[in-house]
Ligand binder design. Structure first.
Ligand SMILES: *Cc1c(COP(=O)(O)O)cnc(C)c1O
Length: 374
């Protein structure tokens, strides 16, 4: 059996190495390494894939979030609603811009924002909400959009983990994750469902004015070189990354399907165990399983289970061990308790999930898990 890895980016590369190697050489020989045709081609291709008017690439998913918030021209002290159970980037950028994060608790079954408790946290300073489409499925955007409309909030969707997943339900059916809010963002960090060989990110929107503003901001606030209309940043996707991403984008739908099949296999072996809750699918979204995260019952010692699996050559990860409201740097923004996020962070465990996992590996992982309790 092949060595089991949490993510296996090298094996995936090997399947497309001929085309990727040629593309890399093309870029190097073109002499155009920053911006240029390859980057524009990729942006167009991704816009087409997502069915969205504008895609603006940038240096990484964190920048994508920061630049999106910058484009909304919020004032210091304005409040932004954000789940406390997310990767740090989502909250970090709010604070860096002098805005105030207002944490929201999550749904215990999907680990996504719970729309029923959002309104309690809205004040007259609340200006935006960042739904995070965690682990590969989208939040209940129908409910979130209604709330946002009622309270006049901007929506910035963090689709770093959900690129290619589709919304479900009534008129939203078939819209791509990240394309319903005012702005959507994603990351091409190597382990993401569409990963490059370094850092990369993108911002998408259907709004022409916002797109124009964002394009300005990513490039030092200039439309014309050395003429600065706005205070911007330097956040660019390399031509090399764009060329590689353009090739891999052809396979994103397949990648996502393979992950889904792997998840179904895991489910079939694990769902009968009474001490494991397999991932629950939201009725509002398809699932592309960026992570396959199980919830262990309270009596299980998660650390011991991880050790047992590691001894058998099976890596696992905890996404995320500490919710943001408990992080040293962010505690000061905690205004209430977030019991669901606290509990989930204590009992969640992510198993290996990537496009190169095979059946034997999944059977071995599941059998080894079963042997933990005799
Ligand atoms: C990966 C990730 C980001 C940040 O992306 P980078 O490219 O690493 O900056 C932001 N939000 C979420 C939910 C992520 O998973």
């Amino acid at each position: 059996m092949k060595k089991i890895q949490m993510v296996d980016v090298v094996s995936q590369y090997k399947r497309y190495s001929k085309r990727i190697d040629t593309a890399i050489k093309d870029v190097i020989l073109s002499g155009q390494y920053i911006q240029g045709e390859k980057v524009r081609d990729f942006e167009k291709k991704l816009a087409n894939y997502l069915n969205v008017n504008h895609v603006i690439s940038c240096a990484n998913g964190t920048d994508a979030l920061q630049i999106s918030l910058m484009s909304l021209e919020l004032k210091p002290g304005d409040e932004v609603l954000v789940p406390t159970f997310t990767f740090i980037s989502t909250v970090e950028v709010i604070c860096l811009l002098g805005l105030v994060p207002v944490f929201l608790d999550i749904d215990p079954n999907t680990f996504l924002l719970d729309p029923t408790i959002i309104e309690q946290s809205i004040s007259n300073k609340t200006k935006a909400i960042i739904p995070v489409h965690l682990f590969g499925q989208s939040c209940n955007m129908c409910a979130i959009m209604q709330i946002a409309k009622k309270h006049n909030l901007f929506i910035v969707e963090d689709a770093a983990q959900s690129l290619g997943s589709k919304f479900k339900g009534s008129e939203l059916e078939h819209f791509s994750s990240g394309t319903l809010g005012d702005i959507g963002t994603t990351s091409f960090y190597p382990s993401k469902n569409l990963g490059c060989v370094g850092d990369g990110g993108a911002i998408f929107t259907n709004d022409h004015t916002l797109a124009d503003k964002i394009r300005l901001l990513v490039n030092h606030g200039q439309r014309k070189k050395y003429y600065h209309e706005a205070i911007g940043v330097n956040s660019r996707l390399d031509a090399l990354q764009a060329a590689i991403l353009s090739i891999k984008l052809n396979y994103l739908t397949d990648f996502n399907k393979i992950r889904f099949q792997c998840a179904l296999r895991y489910n079939s072996h694990l769902s009968s165990l009474n001490w494991i809750k397999t991932p629950e699918q939201s009725p509002h979204s398809s699932h592309i399983f960026h992570q396959y995260s199980i919830l262990l019952s309270e009596k299980i010692d998660r650390g011991q289970l991880q050790k047992h699996l590691a001894k058998n050559g099976i890596p696992t990860m905890i996404y995320y061990p500490i919710p943001i409201h408990q992080q040293v740097a962010y505690k000061k923004y905690k205004v209430k308790d977030y019991p669901v996020a606290d509990k989930v962070s204590r009992h969640i465990l992510s198993l290996p999930m990537h496009t190169e996992l095979d059946d034997n590996q999944i059977v071995f992982i599941c059998n080894t898990i079963k042997k933990f309790i005799h």
